[in-house]
Design a protein around this ligand. Structure first.
Ligand SMILES: Nc1ncnc2c1ncn2[C@@H]1O[C@H](COP(=O)(O)OP(=O)(O)OP(=O)(O)O)[C@@H](O)[C@H]1O
Length: 584
């Protein structure tokens, strides 16, 4: 195989890209490569025919050959045009297919990652990768194929013509070629450095843009426009400077190439002048030789530059493979079995858990959540309440110990079957782009409009939805930005109600509701939680009165548990928390 790079790592990356993407599109590439053969052959023929034109017309004055030669020239160019079209057609189709295919693969991989991955990778980085890396894969393959196939083939054919016509003069090519490669290599390393920096700066632009759009209220109310503008201007200038640096380096190849080509052509003309005038050589051979030399210039220049262009693209390809190879943070066991329907008991058995590199949150933690009952988790902030829900949903795996559903370790279950059992309303409600109807229906695929409306009624959302101009067809805006916090929360409660799952997890689900809505929600909850294992986290203790059991957590430990009345009588932490809330 050709050596594309000095670095064996880059060489491996291109080899892998060829294995994964080139092979898959081998027929499209095959058609393009066949037409490149025709392009190379017709380029050689266009140089060759200069000999016929010169000798037949100028030297032998063969008027009878005019038609034939003119026809030959026309045929050569028509063929070349056609081959160029076929090549461009297949190359762009395959290129677009590679981008689409790579984007699907990148997205699938990102989607398969666990929550930890999302905490350690910024969303702006992911967005930039999604567009840039797939495009880079296409660019690299495009370059490899066009340069190392079309240009190299053309060059081989043209050098063939030169050697055939003027073997001695052809030595020029073998002197100039290595010189050009040496000149370009010196520029290469610096391009690599700038290409990597450019990607990071593009990521910065996306990040500042994202933060501006999402945090617009904070930006405006805290007068942060100036600070945001400075960050954006810096990122934009960085990209501009890096792009200029790369462009300058790329352009720097031109003087090298032009000087070498000029010397080669001048030398060839100088020597051939003597050969024709004093050596008695046929001028046709010389014309064909010089023609081939001139035609060879463009493909030679592209070939000399190709490694520089590849260096920019390979940064994206490297990042793409890094992402693809990043181990999944949470995987399903190969022999995972679906969880079967059961009464719905959840048990924590000696669970040790800490977030990545963080201090322990749960230490030999034991807790049983009774099936079909409502358990409330209360306690000071940071005590581990949300962590317990995270572990129940298997967003993370404990470092040791087990989480069991009806006696089955959830780490041995399929993720889909586990999550199917659960309806979850989070602290930070998230709505997707689209209508209210669409957002509620995400709770259960295939739910009818009537079922969606019934869920909205139960979540006390129906009235405000009906009051909107377009009712259930009202657009919610980006992340529900067109609705109030309480409205967004009611929609996400309706979504969870529609799910009709065995287990209901509510993490501060009513924090954005006013007192009246909350009271209505409590009524609805009573029906909803009937016979369903429900876990509620709430800071407002008024929400948790009705729970069958209240578990009081402090620093990852269960300090008290029991029904509301019993806990109040015990006079422990629960009673203290309760009193704090009742104090004026
Ligand atoms: N993704 C995370 N990465 C690292 N540490 C985390 C992460 N999420 C939570 N923690 C830490 O774990 C501890 C328990 O957090 P958790 O969110 O479970 O508490 P909580 O009781 O739900 O608090 P709150 O009532 O404020 O929501 C806290 O010290 C918190 O800083």
């Amino acid at each position: 195989m050709f050596r594309f790079f000095r670095s064996t790592e880059n060489q491996r990356l291109v080899a892998r890209l060829i294995r994964e993407s080139f092979y898959q599109h081998r027929f499209g590439y095959g058609a393009a490569i066949l037409s490149m053969l025709v392009v190379a052959a017709t380029t050689g023929a266009s140089a060759w025919i200069l000999k016929e034109i010169t000798d037949e017309f100028v030297v032998f004055k063969r008027i009878d050959r005019v038609n034939l030669i003119a026809g030959g020239v026309a045929t050569i160019f028509i063929l070349k045009g056609l081959a160029n079209f076929i090549q461009a057609y297949f190359m762009s189709r395959v290129g677009n297919a590679i981008i689409a295919d790579r984007q699907r693969k990148i997205y699938d991989r990102i989607l398969a990652q666990g929550i930890e991955f999302y905490h350690s990778t910024s969303s702006s980085d992911l967005i930039t990768r999604m567009t840039n890396n797939a495009q880079a894969a296409r660019n690299v393959l495009d370059l490899v194929v066009t340069s190392y196939v079309r240009d190299l083939l053309s060059l081989v054919v043209l050098v063939g013509v030169m050697v055939w016509q003027q073997p001695a003069l052809s030595i020029i090519c073998f002197v100039v070629g290595p010189l050009a490669i040496y000149g370009v290599n010196r520029i290469l390393k610096r391009v690599r450095k700038f290409a990597a920096m450019e990607f990071r700066s593009v990521g910065q632009i996306v990040q500042v843009m994202q933060e501006t759009a999402i945090g617009v209220r904070v930006v405006k109310s805290f007068n942060l426009e100036g600070a945001m503008r400075n960050r954006m201007y810096k990122a934009v200038s960085d990209v501009e400077n890096r792009a200029n640096n790369i462009a300058t380096l790329e352009a720097a190849t031109s003087p090298v190439m032009e000087t070498l080509a000029g010397l080669a052509i001048a030398g060839a003309i100088f020597v051939s002048g003597f050969l024709v005038l004093q050596g008695g050589q046929m001028p046709g051979n010389i014309m064909a030789f010089i023609g081939a030399l001139l035609f060879a210039y463009e493909p030679a220049k592209r070939l000399a530059r190709v490694r520089i262009s590849l260096e920019s693209g390979i940064v994206g390809v490297r990042m793409m493979f890094e992402l693809a190879d990043q181990p999944l943070t949470l995987v399903e066991k190969p022999d995972a079995k679906p969880l079967l329907a059961g009464p719905g008991e959840i048990r924590f058995d000696a669970v040790d858990f800490a977030y990545q590199k963080g201090p322990p949150v749960l230490d030999r933690f034991d807790l049983t959540l009774a099936p079909g009952k409502m358990t409330a988790l209360v306690g000071p902030s940071g005590g581990g309440k949300s962590t317990i829900l995270n572990l129940i949903m298997r967003m993370y795996d404990p470092q040791s110990g087990r989480v069991l559903f009806d006696g089955h370790d959830i780490s041995h279950a399929t993720l889909a079957s586990l999550r199917e059992k659960i309806a979850y309303v989070s602290q930070d409600t998230f709505l997707f782009a689209g209508t209210i109807m669409h957002n509620i229906r995400l709770g259960r695929e295939g739910a009818t409009d009537d079922e969606v409306i019934a869920a909205a009624k139960a979540a006390n959302a129906h009235d405000f939805i009906s009051a909107q101009a377009k009712g259930y067809e009202t657009d919610v805006g980006e992340n529900g930005g067109l609705l109030s916090g309480g409205q967004r929360q009611r929609i996400s409660i309706a979504r969870a109600m529609l799910r009709n799952a065995e287990i209901l997890l509510l993490d501060e689900a009513t924090s954005a509701l006013d007192a009246e809505s909350e009271a209505l929600f409590r009524d609805a909850l009573q029906q909803l939680t009937e016979g369903r294992t429900t876990i509620v986290i709430a800071h407002r203790l008024s929400t948790v009165h009705q729970a069958d059991t209240i578990v009081v957590l402090e620093a990852g430990k269960v300090v008290e548990s029991g029904p509301h009345k019993t806990l109040l009588q015990q006079g422990g932490l629960y009673q203290k928390l309760y009193e704090y809330q009742l104090m004026p």
